[in-house]
Design a protein around this ligand. Structure first.
Ligand SMILES: Cc1cc2nc3c(=O)[nH]c(=O)nc-3n(C[C@H](O)[C@H](O)[C@H](O)COP(=O)(O)OP(=O)(O)OC[C@H]3O[C@@H](n4cnc5c(N)ncnc54)[C@H](O)[C@@H]3O)c2cc1C
Length: 475
């Protein structure tokens, strides 16, 4: 079999090694064809024309086997493009080229590792930014290690063990030996996750949006006109999920959804050694945060949208509190399903994972860990269903896998009023200030070392009457 450089020489040196031949070579000469090949196929126009050109070329050179090898590679890519050539296959929406949302990346990695065909689709080419605090908890890192088989890599500087809790700007206690939190940029983290999915064999469908989904016909249309069939579809396409819309009409319930605003503060505000800062009551039914990173400090506020009709005012006030000058026009916003998860996350062979399934903690707003975990679980359910040749059973299997996550989210929703209900905020802040155990418990929860049930028990001890009132309250 010819090496890439041998083949290049054959094409360029030969009298008929014309421009099209060179393009066809470029199309398949990537170190890893999966990573760049499909883009090149698109650039060429039609992979079958590329194959025809190479076949013509092959007739005129003395090493047709080399051309045959390349043709095989293009054919594989073309089959993936056409869909259905190899029969139905698993398919993921919400991934990316070398980078993906954590749910799509984890799902694609798990599926590819299991030896099934999987396509990773994302409307963005990468690296791409994603509005997010980028704070990775111990719980999220544990899921990452379970899925990808190694510890999540991060720089020592990104590791934070000091957390400064505030209530309306007033100190509630600093914990300096917290279980480590990692302050990352999603641009880098998602890139790393998706590279692993593609490296494991997922087909790369990035830079192209999904135009429409037909769950009954098990096919979807891409904006560039292609149609793709699937055996199981995992919609890991974020809070504004198109797959959820196709199934349920709406991606989320506006009465229950959360919303966050952020800026990346630079210049004098860059101090990677500063502690993580959490400000309760910076937004109603939510909080404010300041996450110092290497090149910027991510500052934001988030909470229930319905309780914060003008979140920009809350954000402006929070920036002023931190002494950060920021114009409202620089605020970037994004929905987040703040604990409003879908009890039925899909239909038949179409599953929703991550934000698309509403899997975000209703108190902390943490979603990256659940995104990876649910993407992985959705993939496992899909694999099981496809292997049993009963793709329609994927949802039932997935729901079973998801039960512990749903239970944890229900428990957190139960506790949430104790922290965020305006009548309770001050009482909670007092208890939090007085109890280093409660503060530590909160951080241990983020580290995956404690459960919401433990927090509830401690709250009932500290605030027995108020807790009962809050739990009885209707929201
Ligand atoms: C302001 C804010 C701050 C946050 N901070 C934190 C934090 O510090 N820590 C934490 O754990 N969580 C945080 N979260 C939550 C976290 O960002 C999400 O829970 C997490 O990103 C969910 O991952 P996902 O893979 O489900 O979706 P996403 O990360 O949103 O990925 C979805 C992917 O789908 C693609 N896509 C969407 N539509 C289409 C389409 N039609 N066709 C093709 N592709 C499509 C997108 O391009 C994207 O790449 C925050 C959220 C917000 C809004």
């Amino acid at each position: 079999m010819a090496s890439d450089s041998h083949l290049q020489k054959l094409i360029f040196d030969h009298p008929v090694g014309n421009t099209r031949g060179a393009e066809a070579f470029a199309l398949c000469a990537d170190q890893d064809f999966r990573h760049g090949g499909l883009h090149r196929v698109k650039a060429y126009g039609d992979p079958w024309t590329a194959i025809g050109d190479l076949q013509n070329l092959g007739g005129n050179i003395d090493d047709p086997a080399a051309i045959g090898h390349v043709i095989g590679q293009i054919e594989n890519a073309a089959r993936v493009q056409r869909g259905g050539v190899f029969g139905r296959r698993k398919l993921i929406v919400g991934g990316a080229d070398h980078k993906a949302g954590p749910a799509g990346g984890a799902a694609a990695f798990t599926t590819a590792k299991a030896g099934l065909r999987v396509a990773l689709i994302d409307r963005k080419t990468f690296p791409r930014d994603k509005l997010c605090g980028g704070l990775i908890t111990g719980r999220a890192r544990r899921h990452y290690a379970e899925i990808f088989g190694h510890e999540m890599p991060f720089e020592a500087q990104d590791r934070k063990t000091t957390v400064d809790f505030r209530f309306r700007g007033a100190p509630m206690g600093v914990i300096s030996d917290a279980p480590p939190l990692c302050a990352t940029m999603r641009r880098d983290m998602d890139a790393m996750i998706c590279a692993q999915a593609l490296g494991a064999g997922a087909a790369d469908f990035t830079g192209v949006s999904v135009a429409g989904i037909d769950p009954e016909a098990k096919s979807l249309a891409l904006k560039d006109g292609r149609r793709i069939g699937f055996g199981v579809l995992i919609g890991a396409d974020g809070a504004n999920s198109q797959v959820a819309k196709a199934l349920f009409g709406e991606a989320f319930d506006r009465a229950e959804v959360g919303f966050g605003l952020e800026i990346e503060a630079v210049g004098e505000h860059v101090d990677p050694s500063a502690p993580i800062r959490i400000d309760l009551a910076a937004a109603k039914w939510g909080y404010g945060w300041s996450f110092p990173k290497r090149c910027s400090t991510t500052i934001g506020v988030g909470g229930l949208l319905a309780k914060n009709p003008d979140m920009k005012v809350a954000m402006a006030e929070y920036c002023a509190l931190l002494g950060v000058e920021a114009d409202k026009s620089s605020f970037k916003g994004q929905f987040l399903p703040f604990g409003d998860f879908r009890k039925v996350p899909g239909r038949g062979a179409v599953l929703l994972a991550g934000d698309a399934a509403g899997l975000v903690d209703p108190i902390t707003g943490e979603g990256i860990g659940y995104a990876m975990q649910s993407g992985h679980l959705a993939a496992q359910a899909g694999i099981e269903a496809l292997r049993a040749r009963r793709p329609q059973t994927a949802l039932a299997l997935y729901r079973r896998h998801l039960r512990p996550i749903h239970r944890a989210l229900c428990m957190a929703r139960l506790i949430r009023p104790v922290i965020f209900l305006p009548a309770m905020e001050a009482g909670f802040a007092r208890a939090f200030r007085r109890s280093s155990t409660l503060r530590m418990q909160y951080l241990r929860l983020m580290a995956g070392e404690a459960e919401y049930g433990d927090i509830l028990a401690r709250l009932i001890l500290r605030l027995p009457r108020l807790t009962v009132l809050a739990i009885r309250a209707k929201f």
